[in-house]
Ligand binder design. Structure first.
Ligand code: C2E
Ligand code: MG
Ligand code: MG
Ligand code: MG
Length: 281
């Protein structure tokens, strides 16, 4: 097993190890150490009003830099953290850091925090969020909670209760990766979220023969009918910007507008504040 062979040996990677049971085991062991150490950081990607060019918010994205392996993407370690009960601890760290960082932003600019459905299921979650606002002095209006569309297949009443509690704190809620899951569209209407985030796979299909434009327009109209914002993710080129605008979507996020950017060294308030001010200028 990973443990028996000694973790040191696992610093050398073979591609075929990725997603294998032993790789997950290794990640699990390393995560336990990482959550207690200083290996996580957040990077921030701008969310832009494409009509005015104005940055309206930033999405906080988690990065894990392993001392030996280097950067491990969230797609590899979040599922492991979820499976082995580490996501709440990691999620708390993310929440605190994002709240601290949000204080450097102008009042109207939001910070979006990704929250795992497992965190959301915890009764403690909303209390913890409230405590975080108290501790950091961050205004809840500046925080947007992002939850993937998959949450909509969970117990509807429980999800609605949690959404209501989050909203009553003053935060907004975005449904992430929308358009890829198999959510019950009828059940959307009575959930108090404030934004749909169009998944980047749908943006990528724009302008192709697969008639992606019709799907995007339909989702934009759905957002309108529900009276929520719509934001397109994964926007990579100007053609997509033009097609999205034509479909009625003006909020966008993606490499075309800016890649996720690091904030500076943890604990160093001055260097942390500087890059963000630069970004928001
Ligand atoms: P997501 O929330 O949908 O985040 C968007 C992902 O798309 C990010 O990947 C971002 O770097 C990437 N992206 C942004 N613009 C573009 C683009 O123009 N083209 C392409 N190809 N990709 C783009 P990342 O940072 O690797 O995160 C992957 C996923 O991991 C996130 O998807 C989110 O579900 C999860 N995640 C990230 N941070 C956290 C966190 O703090 N907590 C939790 N629970 N999940 C997180
Ligand atoms: Mg997200
Ligand atoms: Mg997303
Ligand atoms: Mg996505």
């Amino acid at each position: 097993t990973a443990r028996a062979s000694g973790l040191g040996n696992w610093a050398i990677y073979h591609p075929e190890m990725t997603r294998s049971a032993s790789y997950r085991k290794w990640i699990e062991a390393e995560l336990v150490r990482a959550v207690n150490g200083d290996e996580f950081d957040l990077v921030y990607q701008p969310q832009v009003n494409s009509l005015t060019g104005e940055t309206v918010g930033y999405e906080a994205l988690l990065r894990w830099t392993h001392p030996k392996k280097g950067v491990i993407p969230p797609s590899e370690f979040i599922p492991v953290a979820e499976k082995y009960g580490l996501i709440s601890q990691i999620g708390s760290w993310v929440m605190q850091r994002a709240c601290e960082d949000a204080r450097a932003l102008p009042p109207g600019v939001t910070v979006a925090i990704n929250v795992s459905p497992i965190q959301l299921k915890c009764d403690r979650f909303v209390n913890e969020l409230a405590k975080m606002f108290e501790q950091t002095g961050t205004r809840p209006e500046q925080i947007e909670i992002e939850i993937t569309e998959n949450v909509l297949i969970d117990d509807h009443d429980a999800v609605r209760r949690q959404f209501r509690s989050i909203r009553s704190l003053g935060c907004s809620i975005a449904i992430d990766d929308f358009g890829t899951g198999y959510s019950n569209l009828g059940s959307l209407a009575d959930l108090p979220f404030t934004k749909l985030k169009l998944d980047r796979s749908l943006v990528a299909r724009l302008g192709t023969r697969e008639n992606g434009g019709a799907v995007v327009s339909t989702i934009v109209n759905l957002a309108r009918a529900l009276d929520v914002d719509i934001l397109a993710e994964g926007v990579e080129n100007e053609d997509q910007v033009v097609l999205l605008r034509a479909a009625g979507c003006r909020l966008m996020q993606g490499y075309y507008f800016g890649k996720p950017v690091a904030f500076g060294k943890p604990g160093d308030d001055e260097s942390r504040a500087a890059p963000l001010q630069k970004l928001s200028a």
